[in-house]
Design a protein around this ligand. Structure first.
Ligand SMILES: [Mn+2]
Length: 295
């Protein structure tokens, strides 16, 4: 039996405002980093490490709220499934929560959770914006669905558009990804802009770029954040925004958009002996679940 996040105090999924689930998707491949070359199986389920860390070191949210509106649904049964079946299970879970008007929070797992979540966004919403927090643009124009081509494939879905997607925290781009950026032309907020222009200006340009959307989905690859705070990822790269800066951004987005959901990927528990990455993930989940809706 998996642990449950004790902070998630809502006893009934159907009455919850936000629903958390783990989805240990596998098979999107590993990055080109030295750590990423390992073929060692990844620990199942990463969401459980987040739950354990938060249960041992609990906290209310920044605004001193408990998790009365958050239900923890445990983990989806994706172990041992082929990739198409994993994608289908995760996509259906996100979509059913979107259809019920609940905020869906999925903790992976590798990059396949991102594609499944964006496929559900496309299934349910015609004009939802996407904020994609990542050090990398994941837009290589390759026929295979993999860690570096998630957005290339997502932008081929009927209702996920590059002009309604904002990449935040970008700072490690290879030549193939640069080609993808030139082809698709999404919004890009480089990591340095957070300091150079400041978060209020960054938020303003993100809002201007996303256009008239009312809803936004947030996809977080943990390597998008600063590796001194979030070290337990496959491809850490220096110079990212801090968790605090991401939280300020999310609070600004929540004043303007209905935040329909969140996915979090690339947390590798065996690289997290101090549980720092687990605690950042838990805090992200708790704060996201408690963010208000506009007006
Ligand atoms: Mn990444």
């Amino acid at each position: 039996m998996s642990p449950r996040l004790r902070h998630a105090l809502c006893p009934d999924e159907h009455r919850a405002r936000s629903v958390l689930f783990g989805a240990n998707t596998q098979g999107a491949g590993f990055s080109e980093s030295a750590r990423g070359r390992s073929d060692a199986p990844r620990t199942l389920f990463t969401a459980d490490f987040m739950r354990d860390a938060d249960n041992e070191s609990p906290s209310l949210t920044e605004s001193l709220e408990d998790g009365a509106g958050l239900f923890d649904a445990g983990n989806l049964p994706v172990e041992g499934l082929a990739v198409p079946a994993q994608l289908s299970v995760v996509r259906d879970r996100f979509a059913s929560l979107f259809l019920r008007g609940q905020r869906a929070i999925g903790v992976g797992g590798d990059h396949h959770i991102k594609y499944a979540a964006l496929a559900a966004v496309s299934d349910v919403f015609e004009d939802c914006g996407v904020v994609y927090v990542d050090a990398h643009p994941d837009c290589v124009q390759s026929d295979a669905l993999a860690f570096d081509s998630i957005l290339h494939h997502a932008w081929k879905l009927p209702h996920v558009r590059p002009e309604r997607t904002s990449l935040f925290g970008i700072r490690q781009v290879n030549a193939r990804e640069r080609e993808g950026l030139r082809e698709w032309k999404p919004g890009v907020i480089h990591a340095v802009e957070v300091v150079e222009r400041g978060l209020p200006a960054v938020l303003d340009s993100m809002v201007a770029q996303l256009g008239g959307v009312r809803r936004v989905f947030v996809s977080v690859d943990l390597d998008g954040l600063a590796p001194h705070e979030v070290p337990a990822v496959e491809a850490p790269y220096p110079g990212g925004p801090t968790f605090r800066e991401l939280l300020v951004l999310l609070r600004g987005l929540a004043r303007r958009y209905e935040l329909v959901g969140l996915d979090v990927s690339e947390f590798i528990p065996e690289l997290d002996p101090a549980r720092l990455t687990a605690l950042v993930t838990a805090r992200l989940v708790k704060e996201f679940a408690a963010l208000p809706s506009p007006g």
